[in-house]
Each structure stands twice: as C-alpha cells, then as structure tokens.
Design a protein around this ligand. Structure first.
Ligand SMILES: [Cu+2]
Length: 353
C-alpha cells in the first residue's frame, strides 16, 4: 500500500516551529544578533532596555486632574509679535471614564495636552517646564521647524531634565493639522499621555468654511492591578483601554451638529496601534492628509479610513440626516473597555434640526 505524502510538509513545518520556540534559541541571542532576523524586537532587548516599558507609569504624590477635558485651546501672551505659550509636563491621575482613571504624564494636566492653534506664518515661542520624574523633549510633528527646534534628545538638543525649562521658537508653517509630543523614550512617554494637537490655520484669504471642526486624537492604555502601563504592540503589553481625546466610550465627547452643517473631523493617530475609523450615516471626503490639503479632484469618498501611528486625516461631510450617528474604530476589540463592550473608540455625532 502506498503511503500518502500530504503530511510531510506539516511535519517539516512543525520541526521548524519547535526549533524557533525552544528556550535555547532565545537565550543565545545577544543584542543586535543577526542569528534570528524574525525574532520580535522585545526578545532582542536586554532586560534594562525593555524594563522601562514594563514599569508602571510613575510619579511622586500624583494629584487628580483638575480639568476633565483635554485638547482645549491654550491661551498665549504676546511678546512683540511672538505668541508665547507655557507648557508644564507633569503627572496627573486622569479619568478615561467615570469609573477608570490612569496615571498619565501630561502637558498642563490634561490628556491630550492643550491645543496650540495659530495662523500660518505666526511666530510662536513655547516655554516647556519639566515637572516629570524623567527627562523629556517635545517634537513638533509635521511642522517645518528649524533643526535645532526638532526636539530630538542628544541630537538637536540636550534632554530637558526634571526641574529644567527649555524654549522652543519657530514660525508656524505650513497650515494644517499637526501634533506635538514627547520624543524622549517616546514609546513610554507618548503612550502615557504626552501629546496634544497643534493646528495651523490658513491665512485669512483661504479661511476654512466648516461649521464644526473637531480634533480627535486616538491612543491606547494598559491598566492592570490598579497600575497604568504604556501600551505596546508586544506580548503582555497589549492595551485594554482605547481613548479618543483621552476618553473611552461612553465618556467620549458627543459632537453636536445642526442638519446641513459641514463637519470637519481631524483624526490623529498618536498611539502605537492602527485604527480603521468608520462613520455611520453618510460618507466623508478626505480633504487633507498629514496636514496637507488634498486637491479636490483627488479627494477620496469613503466611510472608513485607516489611521496609523503618526498619521492625520482631515475628513469632511455634510450632516444631511438627523439622528445619533456613530463614529468608531472597526477593529471591534478597540470598542471595548477591558474586554467589555461597548467602550473604547466610539463616539456619537448628534445631528439635530
Ligand atoms: Cu482601533
């Protein structure tokens, strides 16, 4: 009797799997070893390199946040023709729902930090005070700043040590949807809340015609045993909470719109995971990508757009139908709070007459 050979590839694959999973093949890996190019980055790290991710977000005598809504416009003062903004990086206890709070590292005590909103061509000065237990820097994501203002520690500047200040100064350009965020141990500091919107409006001649204009910054958290961790795309560090502007559904903001109004939503991926954001009710047009306008003839009409880490999509739609219309991530696990649905990346767009 002839033996069937269909099982041979399975056995061969099994042998390879076993070899890849044996402890000895991992423990012999040194940092930077090229022996196993498919190993996950986590397995290539020394314990001191990876431990900063494994530690809970820390701070001494952390106070509950005094504000409940992040991303609000930051007031400035004028020094000649320079708009001067003050930021303090500090830990707070931040409520992502009415029941769940996280230990967050913030700008001025909110997640996201305050929105800086200026006109194209404005001179801006941002004075950053570091009240964190670790050094930090700020990167102006997508804005055309001089190299010395780019916020890269030990490359373009010395890290801002705890208790120190650093002054950033540049011309705000070009117009568009941008973000600012920590660039010091960003995998931890950005995930812990050190991010905010930076909106540069076009000059008056081409002023925006939208009726409703809302920033939505998307990120993730890992909360376990009462401690907050920076959520990572690595085993054991996956998020169990997902936030829009620092809030999980049902505590995400409701966007109130009158029927017939033109709505612009500025979707910003600031976490470490991708999120396909889906709108119910009407399709939208993608009018800008990463801050830059899309020519009208090239604007895609869609109802779902994948927002990856670092990306911004400005989407516009006319609210033609009244009702409670949902906007949510279509990785449906991301619409849960600690595995309980509904939650996470959902919000309501309430269209009334
Ligand atoms: Cu998602």
């Amino acid at each position: 009797m002839k033996r069937p050979l269909w099982f041979l590839p399975i056995i061969i694959a099994g042998i390879f799997l076993l070899a890849a999973c044996t402890p000895s093949s991992r423990t012999t890996l040194g940092t930077g070893s090229m022996m196993n190019p498919t190993a996950t980055p986590g397995s290539m790290m020394s314990s001191s390199e990876s431990s900063h991710m494994m530690q809970p977000i820390s701070g001494e005598n952390i106070q509950p946040a005094t504000e409940n809504i992040g991303g609000q416009p930051l007031t400035y003062r004028m020094d000649g023709d320079v708009k001067v903004f003050d930021l303090t990086a500090k830990p707070v206890i931040w409520p992502i729902t009415s029941d769940v709070s996280v230990t967050a590292w913030t700008y001025n005590g909110t997640v996201p930090g305050p929105m800086i909103r200026v006109m194209e061509g404005d001179s801006v000065r941002i004075i950053v005070m570091n009240d964190l237990p670790e050094p930090t820097t700020i990167h102006w994501h997508g804005i055309a700043v001089p190299n010395a203002m780019d916020g890269i520690p030990d490359v373009t500047q010395k890290p801002i040590q705890p208790g120190e200040t650093f002054t950033y100064e540049f011309i705000a350009q070009p117009a568009g949807t941008y973000m600012y965020h920590s660039h010091y141990e960003g995998d931890v500091q950005v995930s812990a809340g050190l991010y905010a919107p930076f909106i540069i409006d076009p000059k008056e001649a081409e002023v925006l015609k939208t009726d409703v204009d809302v920033d939505l910054m998307i990120s993730e958290w890992l909360v376990k045993n009462g401690e907050t961790y920076a959520a990572m795309p690595m085993a054991g560090m996956e998020p169990n909470y997902f936030t829009i502007n620092g809030k999980s559904f049902p505590d995400t903001e409701t966007i109130n719109v009158k029927k017939g109004q033109l709505v612009r939503l500025r979707l910003m991926g600031i976490g470490q995971f991708v999120h396909p954001i889906h709108l119910h009710g009407v399709p939208f047009k993608i009018v800008a990508t990463d801050g830059h306008p899309v020519p009208e003839a090239a604007q895609l009409t869609k109802d779902t757009v994948l927002v990856s880490p670092g990306e911004r999509y400005d989407i516009e739609f006319v609210a033609t139908e009244t009702g409670q219309w949902m906007l949510h991530c279509h990785i449906l696990h991301h619409t849960t709070n600690d595995n309980v649905e509904p939650g996470g990346l959902m919000l309501m767009i309430n269209v009334t007459n």
